[in-house]
Design a protein around this ligand. Sequence first.
Ligand code: MD6
Ligand code: FE
Length: 122
Amino acid sequence: MPPAFKTLANRMAALAGYPGFEADACLINRYTPGARMTLHQDKNEVNYGAPIVSVSLGLPAVFELGGLERGEPVQTVLLHHGDVLVWGGPARLRYHGVRAVPHGNHPLTGACRINLTFRQAA
Ligand code: MD6
Ligand code: FE
C-alpha cells in the first residue's frame, strides 16, 4: 500500500475517534455509470474492533447506510470527490451500499467513481 494512502486512512480514522487504527488492507472498486453495490455488511475481517475508512474519488454517488439487520430503513449520504466516510464501533456491521452511479464526467477520473476502502484486517 502506498505510504501516503496508509497515512491518510490512519489520520482520518483518528479524526473520527479511532486513534489506534492501522490500515493494512485497501480494496479498490471502480464504478462506471450505472454500477452500484447492493446492501451488505463488511464481514471479511477478523477484527471488527477496527473501523472501515472509505475514500470516494471522481463521480458522486448516493451511499446508503442501513441498520444492523437487513430490511431496516436506510439513511442516504451523497458522497463527492474527496469525501471520507468512517464507520466503526456499534456501526461497524451496519448494512451499506451505493446506488447506481449517475452518468457524468469528472475532471480527474473521467466517467467513473473510484472507492478506496481501508481496513485493519489482521
Ligand atoms: C463505497 N464500498 O463504494 C462503499 N464494501 O462507497 C463498500 O461498501 C465496499 O468498496 C466492501 C468491499 C469493497 C467496497
Ligand atoms: Fe462495504
